[in-house]
Design a protein around this ligand. Structure first.
Ligand SMILES: *[C@@H]1O[C@H](CO)[C@@H](O)[C@H](O)[C@H]1NC(C)=O
Length: 456
């Protein structure tokens, strides 16, 4: 028989995986539609986007499909239910893979866990959720992993910066929350951030505070330097004039005392003059340091040993706004076992990532070749084309009688032009707007954001 020690080790690890609890797992194989409900959210405004069941334009395995956003400037909402569970006393693992085939310039790639009863047909940006997790990109400034935890009906953003992946390949995002109220965030099975729910979110009021009652004692000496009492003003210091007659000045030869009056030399600053006298400063021998209020226990702090607990988890959902579509989700997992999640990531993303990268590079090459075929003379031809277009639109402007003033007015208002990327247009407004746009999808106020921008 084989070495019994090794044999039992294998048994233990098989047992460990076998004992993993899988609350939800979705690899988007045949029949996935029966588990997922596309929401009617935004349908009556005609801004609900369609999901495409596909492996995408490049992939490591054309038969391994996921769901991809397929229309620009659209809202997307879809969810799946699983048997309700509480993560009390157990680890919670939430994992999925996401690929932004478009060069994502403003949009989310995150997923949500929801609790209680959710009307899946109405699931949308306003539906309360328990956890929101995943990448969010907007403009140049927002490229981060969101980890928003709902606690006592308020959403709390993670306070640590966790950069997300920004390329056009699949990546696996994993959030682990443990019963000791610690967490980890992994991308592609590599830990990117870890810490405590207590310190990295403001879920509870702080444990300790500066004593608000404490006052600086009146005789507290917090002057680090004082005037030297020994230093005396030198005698005659006050007699030094600020300005003196210029010793180099000469009476002009043609100066006529009778006609011009008596000649006086112009004055210049006196190099001897050092300003009002001040004693020199010395270290204060009685210096007590800067006064600080003593730190006391915060009377408003009440520990919650179940800070990490979501007692009624029951749905995974994707709810997004996408300026440019092309985000593909796959391999969703809700489990209690980080090791199981790691293996699942290896089996899916891990096995396919090299082939996917090769396919992506091939696709990029093809696009470049086609572009050079269409445009053999290169950028010169493009410039000419641009010039021609410019002339054309000038002509149009004249013919149509549209004045330049009208164009200026257009810029004052916020208009979306379908030909141009949303963010390109935002950039012409201000970086602040782009930043604002970046946080909007994260905190589910995107419609508010749009109307805010409409006022700019
Ligand atoms: C779905 O994705 C595939 C692969 O990228 C693409 O060829 C197809 O046109 C897409 N369908 C829709 C409806 O967008």
């Amino acid at each position: 028989m084989a070495n019994p020690k090794i044999f039992s080790l294998i048994l233990v690890s098989v047992f460990a995986i076998a004992s993993a609890k899988v609350f939800f797992e979705e690899r988007f194989e045949d029949g996935w539609e029966n588990k997922w409900v596309v929401s009617d959210w935004k349908k009556d405004e005609n801004t609900a986007g369609v999901w495409n069941y596909t492996s995408g334009k490049w992939n490591g395995d054309p038969n391994d499909k996921g769901i991809q956003t397929s229309e620009d400037y659209r809202f997307y909402a879809i969810s799946a239910e699983f048997p309700k569970f509480s993560n009390k006393d157990q680890t919670l693992v939430f994992q999925f893979s996401v690929k932004h085939e478009q060069k994502l310039d403003c949009g989310g790639g995150y997923m949500k866990l929801l609790s209680g009863e959710v009307d899946q047909k109405k699931f949308g940006g306003d539906t309360p959720y328990s956890i929101m997790f995943g990448p969010d990109i907007c403009g140049y400034s927002t490229k981060k992993v969101h980890a928003i935890l709902n606690y006592n009906e308020a959403n709390h953003l993670i306070k640590k910066e966790v950069p997300c992946e920004t390329d056009q390949l699949s990546h696996v995002y994993t959030l682990i929350i443990r019963p000791d109220a610690t967490y980890s965030i992994l991308i592609d099975n590599v830990e990117k951030q870890t810490g405590s729910l207590y310190s990295d979110w403001d879920l509870l009021p702080p444990k300790t505070i500066k004593d608000p009652e404490a006052k600086k004692p009146e005789d507290w000496d917090d002057k680090e330097y004082i005037p030297d009492p020994e230093d005396k003003k030198p005698e005659g210091y006050e007699d030094i004039p600020k300005e003196i007659p210029d010793p180099d000045a000469k009476k002009p030869e043609d100066w006529d005392d009778e006609e011009d009056g008596e000649w006086t030399a112009p004055t210049i600053p006196n190099p001897e003059y050092k300003g009002p006298w001040k004693p020199k400063k010395i270290k204060n021998p009685n210096y007590q340091g800067k006064w600080k209020a003593p730190i006391i226990d915060n009377p408003d702090f009440k520990d919650d040993s179940e800070l990490y607990v979501y007692p009624d988890l029951g749905y995974v959902g994707i709810e997004l706004w996408q300026v440019k579509s092309g985000t593909l989700f796959d391999n969703v997992l809700v489990s209690d076992d980080p090791e199981y999640a790691k293996q699942m990531a290896e089996e899916t993303w891990g096995k396919q990532k090299d082939a996917e990268k090769a396919a992506f590079e091939e696709a990029e090459k093809k696009i470049a070749e086609e572009e050079s075929k269409e445009d053999p003379a290169g950028s010169d031809a493009e410039d000419e084309a641009d010039d021609a277009e410019g002339e054309e639109s000038d002509a149009e402007t004249k013919a149509g009688g549209t004045s330049e003033d009208a164009d200026d007015n257009d810029e004052d208002e916020f208009h979306l032009s379908p030909e141009k990327s949303y963010v390109d247009q935002l950039v012409t407004y201000s970086q602040e707007t782009v930043d604002y746009c970046g946080i909007c999808p994260a905190i589910d106020f995107f419609s508010a954001c749009l109307s805010f921008m409409a006022q700019l």
